[in-house]
Every structure is written in structure tokens, then in C-alpha cells.
Design a protein. Structure first.
Length: 169
């Protein structure tokens, strides 16, 4: 019954794609930071951490506003477009620190909005007597997405370098 529900399947596929994109992006990013921007591996956290913290601060009011004003669909779709935009920015301008940080910020805001809202949507849409099963399928989809992202991201990197990873994501 859970696997036949089109709304739940869309959300399961959505989280699978989200995690595949995240994994692929983070296959390419360390190479960009090290090889294109000259940042030592030990310094990568100092790029990721401040961007992530600021993105989390921005993301929380977006979710609250979306919930209060019942604009979750618009925020959801905007987040998808923002992730695609971040990947395009990384694909074209991965030699610019400003562009990489801007793309990371966009990516982290959108990713965290989706990561926070998708489980809520699953639990709202799942039948009350099958919420555990629905969340289990959802969780399995997350991990399968991470696996796919690693495989596809690694293949894209091997074939097309970092640009291929970001455009493939």
C-alpha cells in the first residue's frame, strides 16, 4: 500500500535524488577546493562550516514562514531550483572562491530546507497505521540515493572531471 501511493513515492524519489545530488556534489567539492582554489585539505572545514552555519540561520525562518503562510509547495519548488542553480554555478565557476562560496550557500540553504520538510510531508501523507513503514521506505530511499550519488558522481569525475560532476548532479 505504501509503495503504491503516488504521493509518497514522489517524496521517496525526491529524497533519493536529493541525497544522490548531495553525495555527487561532495565528491567534486574537495577537488575544487584543493586543486582549483589551492586550499589545503586541512582547511576545507573552514570553508564549509561558516557557509553551513549562515545557511542554517537563513533556512529556519524560511521554513517557519512557509508553514505559517501555507507556502510549503512554493518553498519546496524554489529549493529544487536553487539546488540546480548551485550545481550550475559550481560547474561553470569553480575557479572562483566567491562563486564557490555563493553556490555552497545556495546549496546548503535549499538542501537543508528540503531535508527538514520532506520527513514532515511523509508523516502527514502516510496512513496513520503505516507511518513507520512509510518512514522506513523513505529512509531506505535516502541511503540508496547516497549510494547512487557516490557511484554516479565518481563515474562523472573519472570521465569528465569536476565540471562533469556538477553538471551530472
Amino acid at each position: 500500500r505504501i509503495l503504491k501511493n503516488p504521493q509518497l513515492l514522489r517524496l521517496d524519489i525526491g529524497i533519493m535524488i536529493l541525497h544522490a545530488v548531495m553525495m555527487a556534489v561532495f565528491i567534486g567539492l574537495p577537488f575544487v577546493l584543493r586543486d582549483h582554489l589551492g586550499i589545503a585539505v586541512s582547511g576545507h572545514a573552514w570553508v564549509y562550516l561558516p557557509v553551513l552555519v549562515v545557511a542554517l540561520i537563513i533556512m529556519v525562518p524560511m521554513i517557519i514562514a512557509a508553514e505559517k503562510k501555507e507556502k510549503m509547495k512554493e518553498v519546496f519548488l524554489t529549493s529544487i531550483v536553487l539546488i540546480a542553480t548551485a550545481c550550475v554555478l559550481l560547474g561553470f565557476w569553480h575557479d572562483s572562491m566567491f562563486a564557490v562560496v555563493a553556490a555552497l550557500f545556495i546549496f546548503f540553504v535549499a538542501y537543508n530546507v528540503l531535508e527538514a520538510t520532506l520527513p514532515s510531508l511523509i508523516s502527514r501523507m502516510a496512513p496513520i497505521d503505516a507511518k513507520g513503514t512509510a518512514m522506513g521506505v523513505y529512509s531506505t530511499s535516502q541511503f540508496f540515493g547516497a549510494f547512487l550519488g557516490g557511484v554516479v558522481g565518481g563515474w562523472c569525475y573519472g570521465q569528465f572531471d569536476v565540471q562533469g560532476v556538477f553538471f551530472g548532479a
